[in-house]
Design a binder for this molecule. Structure first.
Ligand code: ZN
Ligand code: ZN
Length: 360
């Protein structure tokens, strides 16, 4: 038995998203049915749908920043109950038995980590997983997260959705590299990811400096709690900050010169890349800044389920949500065209979409 929900789907790399009747699997014993309330728009949604990474399988129903309400559970589910306010991030399945899974890093499952959309659907042969640009989603209980009470207020909830991708993506390198009170943390780029990174690092108690090409984002950076902006094109400013950072997280999602950031680090400290850039071609990475100072370059990929719950709990404690702009489902194609222009995350009002479909 399956059921049908309304969704928006991409059917090719160069066409708009269009309304689509999506078939979902019925609940297995460990499944949770969620009536989606809000879904955040992530830059990855656009990249996947446009096949920028060569991994697209159509149709694509994007969306991996999901909050909603549990409307049914399978017989063996104990993690959540009907009526709970819950969330789903970038992952919906993995083997739960291998080394990485047992280490709470389901994203690196050696068998297969199933992405929330555009992955083969292990419980629904012949189908692809389909994300939050839809009225409802069925998710294995392990991958469902609790939205803390403090974040459930109606005015906060849309800003919770982006925590499921942007939040965890920035939280993981901050914890992995032990960002702590009094340290100096650099955040390169002030888009959706960078903005979240600033808020989280400030809440940890770090001094946060935004590293940007120029000073256009000075006031935004300060508004988020950063002490200021370092313009990476200014030789003078680079010299002034040289050797002073405990950690730098680079969120730039395209090829760029990372060599300018390395000398900003103290000795033995790390530059973490979170943007999925592929090879750095424009400016090859030089060993000089790495060797003379024993500095490191590392990567970081989203995070596991335990870490995602931790970021939600951390954000509840520190009253952090993402800056956001709520839109209607019908506006999603327009939002995709301007997604890079703002540090605020676009969030789709799915509850409203579901209600309007009921009336239609
Ligand atoms: Zn994302
Ligand atoms: Zn595994």
């Amino acid at each position: 038995m399956t059921f049908t929900v309304n969704s928006y789907a991409a059917f090719s790399k160069d066409t708009d998203l269009v309304p689509h009747k999506l078939e979902r699997r019925d609940l297995a014993k460990d499944d949770v049915l969620i009536d989606i309330t809000y879904t955040g728009i992530c830059h990855s949604d656009v990249h996947e749908a446009h096949n920028d990474w060569g991994t697209a399988n159509y149709p694509i129903i994007p969306g991996h920043e999901i909050v909603g309400v549990v409307s049914a559970i399978g017989d063996s589910v104990t993690k959540v109950k009907v009526g709970d306010c819950v969330a789903v991030g970038c992952l919906v399945d993995s083997c739960l038995k291998c080394g990485p899974c047992l280490a709470d890093e389901e994203i690196f499952c050696v068998k297969v980590s199933t992405k929330t959309y555009n992955s083969p659907e292990p419980h629904f042969p012949g189908h692809l997983t389909a994300g939050g640009y839809s009225e409802k989603i069925v998710v294995r209980d392990h991958f469902v997260l609790q939205v803390p009470k403090e974040l459930q207020a109606p005015e906060l909830l849309p800003g919770v959705a982006p925590l499921l991708c942007a939040g965890i993506t920035m939280h993981t390198p901050l914890t992995e590299h032990h960002a702590s009170k009094g340290q100096k943390v650099g955040i390169v780029g002030l888009g959706g990811l960078g903005s979240m990174g600033v808020k989280l690092a400030v809440a940890i108690g770090a001094e946060v400096v935004v590293i940007s090409r120029n000073h256009k984002k000075d006031s935004k950076a300060k508004e988020l709690g950063a002490s200021g902006v370092l313009a990476s094109t200014s030789k003078e400013e680079l010299e002034k900050h040289a050797g002073t950072f405990d950690l730098i997280i680079d969120t730039v999602p395209f090829d760029h010169d990372v060599n300018v950031y390395i000398p900003l680090l103290k000795n033995h400290k790390t530059l973490v890349v979170v943007g999925h850039v592929g090879p750095f071609v424009a400016s090859p990475i030089s060993s000089t800044g790495l060797i003379f100072g024993d500095r490191r370059i590392a990567g970081s990929c989203i995070g596991g389920i335990k870490g995602t719950q931790e970021v939600l709990d951390f954000c509840a404690k520190h009253k952090i949500i993402s800056d956001h702009i709520v839109i209607n489902m019908e506006e999603v194609n327009d939002a995709w065209k301007v997604i890079g222009d703002t540090a605020s995350r676009y969030v789709i009002d799915i509850a409203k979409y579901r209600e309007s479909n009921k009336k239609a």
